[in-house]
Design a protein around this ligand. Sequence first.
Ligand code: 5AD
Ligand code: SF4
Length: 448
Amino acid sequence: MTEILARNAPQTVRRSRPESVLIETYGCQMNLYDSGVLEALLRNRGFEMTRDHAAADVIVLNTCAIREHAESRVIGRLGELSKYRRDNPDLRFAVIGCMAQNLGEAIPRQAPYVDYVLGPDQFYRLPEYLARDPESFPVINLERGTFDYERVLPVNENPWINFVTISRGCDNICAYCVVPRTRGHQRNRPPEEIVAEVQGLARQGTVEVMLLGQNVNTWVHRGQRFDDLIGRVSRTDIQRVRFMTSHPKDMTPDIVARLASYPKLCEHFHLPIQSGSSQVLSRMRRQYTRRHYLELVESVRRHFPHASITTDIIVGFCGETEAEFEETLSAVDESQFDSAFMFNYSVRPGTFAAEHLPDDVPESTKQARLSRLIELQQRQAEENNRRLVGQTLEVLVDGPSRRDPERFKGKTRTNKTVVLDGQTDLLGRLVQVRITQTDAWTLHGTLL
Ligand code: 5AD
Ligand code: SF4
């Protein structure tokens, strides 16, 4: 453990009541999962959770480092939250996750009230750190580790849908990406543990699990492959299985074919294309071509005729020409994505691109290309959804509609949100819904 920037320990008064912790989560599903693990560990140790910043004894920010914006947002948020320290000098701040790993001691240098900086392999030790004051603050621990923390079932507000981590870290070499730096090498979780966690969740009433990893397709364990794991998870009492994220280079035709033999596997595939130009893909070091990607989409559609396919796209990567960008537009047109996360390229210090490729596409060009792409994608999503009107889909009802709390929302097997009327006894149930109306993001339907 490294402890730097020594300053006096806050005058912590150990209270007779349990201490309350508030967690804010940024970034991806893995962070949501980790926050759930942390909450379970904290509760086991006698901490209480709160949503009221003014009542918190500890505020935890679980952070992301994927784009510069993700980091500057957290720095801004820390500034805002520091006001609570004025009213409560014992309040402690913890920054955990990818940005903690990426920026380390620079965080307390910029925000001196931050007491704990713990990377993605060390966040689980926070309850232990909180229980005994160190000699000095801040406590910084960015060590790599396995993730063999106590076997806890993560806490999730939605009891019917849960994440289960199958691997952590990433061995790919994408030129733009900071994740291999923040989350380290890929480590696969043993299948027995994964299956036990899924079965434990199913017993508690979870209907659907999302298996998580930075690159799920390369999960292996003693000769078993990812598709074997899906088979094992399918044999538990869980009713729906999905996974995220796949790397197009590792989603081979035999894996796709085998996956089609598991009826519990939901027909939704998130396949980040990043660019539709083979030249850009090569500069990005993605290790596949445009042609490979489009063939993969075709193979998924052949085996799963009702599949939804979603993607991630980066616009304005180093050296991207107008013609190369147009290839992204045409690949999007051919692939008919149901939704896409689309981003302007953001240089991440320490990555291959930051060190070897100039960030030479002007911001205004990136922005203009992004707008064109978003417009095309949105039109396509609307079209795809319009085709669903009149069809009957299986929906897992999982909560009140955000816009209209009198109504309910649920998820199709294709990962689309459906809004419907009903009673609270629908919650957590798989029901058949006839789709009546759609837009780019949401389907509306009536219960059959
Ligand atoms: N700039 C912009 N977008 C990025 N992503 C990853 N790194 C960067 C970056 N440096 C995007 C990719 C990835 C998603 C999670 O975030 O599209 O799939
Ligand atoms: Fe998740 Fe990647 Fe962000 Fe880390 S950097 S929180 S792995 S999206």
